[in-house]
Design a protein. Structure first.
Length: 483
């Protein structure tokens, strides 16, 4: 098997594959012929620099067409792609270099300078020369005949509670995206799909171009930082049909911008953490569409999702049902996955450790309604035990977020001599000053919104919550501050 033969060469070469908008606003349409030719040339240059099948190639490029081409060149020759978030610090990069020992780095100069010395590299000027058909080119690498369990991709976990782990996905992971592409992502032939996740995260690796192509759709890449004021303008101008954003992005758009109709939009999806019902309602009112939440982990790929055509009314905040063919169960409140039923389950960690069991423990707590829809209640290590009650942080946070003064919130356990621990909320305000009156108001608001025992007995105000680069709240860091 090989992604080039199995996917790229099955399209008419004149068919549009990617629309790319660079940091200056320049728009360029790339057909499959263009991607095939440029990845062919890059594979030859990589081969000439000593890259061989099974070698790790580090990719440090933003949401640009060169990122896609570098990934395809790796897939072609059987090199292992390691896309990284360009925002990583020099310490982050050094950690990943030490863990993977890359044979080559491909990236923008401003990001390559953060790497330890001694790593061979291609920068954007090198790629421009490699892509120049008027210059002599190295002999391209042959399309490697790969086995389903051969390595294809390395993605590091977000490191919410510990050092990030390098997860090795195999070749079957690439074509295995077909299930979620159809039953959650929801792309259809001819659609334009925009997954806004930055390169380096599992969601971008599977949904920025792989999932759309598996459904006969094309993808949109937009270089640059998230700008709330222009995000939906781009959706309308480009005629985006499927929009995949992080929960944080949906929340910010709902709170800081005036939402309005987006006639081209047919589907909106989100994953990464629970999306509060108020945001779903705001987008429903403005666009007439639901935000279909989903769930997965770096190790598993997509596991659950609200499927196309399913109504959310009364189930806002649900992460959907298990995708077709994927078996799950709930043990002591924890979601577990039968590994053999997941088409995108990981091969191993970088140290070679494999999961040998039958049921993968996700560490995520869920509840299930009578129709099989799942609701995320937080991580095992996020659960707050107070006076004999087990309290998930998500419900507390969702209650706080319905108050107009609250922009962001995190709920954690704080030590208490009588109750063992109590719920503490760390809150970012939209505006205005924090005082004791507001504390009392927020506490009463939570009592009215959820079970009284779940209200935060302690409230701390802050200017910013600690987050991973992918936007997840680092509750572990907040807990550590409690001593």
């Amino acid at each position: 098997m090989n992604f080039i033969d199995d996917v790229i060469q099955r399209f008419p070469f004149s068919q549009e594959a990617v629309i790319a908008i660079d940091g200056e606003g320049r728009r360029e349409v790339h057909c499959f012929s263009h991607l095939f030719a440029r990845s062919l040339g890059l594979s030859g240059a990589m081969l000439e620099r000593g890259v061989r099948r099974g070698d790790v190639v580090m990719i440090l490029i933003g949401s640009r067409i060169e990122w896609v081409i570098a990934m395809l060149a790796c897939f072609r020759m059987g090199a292992v792609a390691l896309p990284l978030n360009p925002q990583l610090s020099t310490a982050d990069l050094a950690y990943r270099v030490g863990a993977t020992n890359p044979s080559l780095a491909i990236g923008e100069t401003r990001y390559l300078t953060g790497l330890p010395s001694g790593i061979p590299a291609f920068d954007m000027d090198d790629l421009e020369r490699i892509f120049d058909e008027d210059l002599a080119q190295a002999t391209p690498a042959a399309v490697a005949e790969l086995a389903p369990e051969d390595p294809a991709l390395i993605v590091f976990t977000s490191g919410t509670t510990a050092e990030p782990k390098g997860v090795v996905h195999t070749q079957r992971y690439l074509l295995g995206q077909a299930t979620q592409a159809q039953h959650w992502f929801g792309a259809e032939p001819g659609d334009l799909c925009w997954c806004t996740a930055a390169p380096g995260w599992s969601k971008s690796s599977r949904n920025s171009f792989i999932a759309p192509w598996l459904r006969g759709a094309k993808s949109l890449l937009v270089e640059g930082r998230f700008e709330p004021e222009t995000r939906m303008d781009i959706v309308r101008r480009e005629g985006v049909n499927v929009l995949c954003q992080a929960p944080t992005e949906y929340r910010i758009l709902a709170k800081r911008t005036e939402l309005g109709p987006a006639p081209s939009l047919r589907r909106m999806v989100s994953a990464g953490e629970a999306l509060n019902p108020e945001v779903i309602g705001a987008f429903r009112e403005a666009t007439g569409l639901e935000i279909a939440d989903g769930y997965g982990q770096t190790e598993t790929g997509a596991v659950t999702g609200v499927r196309p055509g399913e109504a959310l009314s009364g189930r806002e905040g649900s992460m959907g049902r298990p995708l077709p063919g994927i078996e799950t169960r709930i043990e002591d409140g924890e979601l577990q996955i039968r590994a053999a039923t997941s088409p995108t389950f990981f091969g191993s960690y970088l140290d070679g450790t494999r999961f040998e069991g039958e049921w993968w423990p996700t560490g995520d707590l869920v509840t299930e309604d009578e129709d099989g829809y799942l609701f995320h209640q937080g991580r095992n290590d996020d659960v707050i035990s107070s006076s004999g009650y087990r309290i998930g942080p998500v419900e507390v946070e969702s209650a706080l977020l319905t108050h107009p003064a609250v922009a962001e919130a995190a709920a954690i356990a704080a030590p208490d001599p009588e109750r063992g621990s109590v719920v503490k909320a760390v809150v970012v305000l939209r505006e205005g000053a924090a005082d004791e009156a507001l504390v009392a108001e927020l506490q009463e608001h939570c009592r009215n919104q959820t079970a009284p025992y779940k209200y935060p007995r302690l409230i701390e105000f802050t200017d910013e919550l600690p987050k991973t680069a992918s936007g997840k709240i680092r509750r572990a860091e907040l807990r550590a501050r409690e001593g």
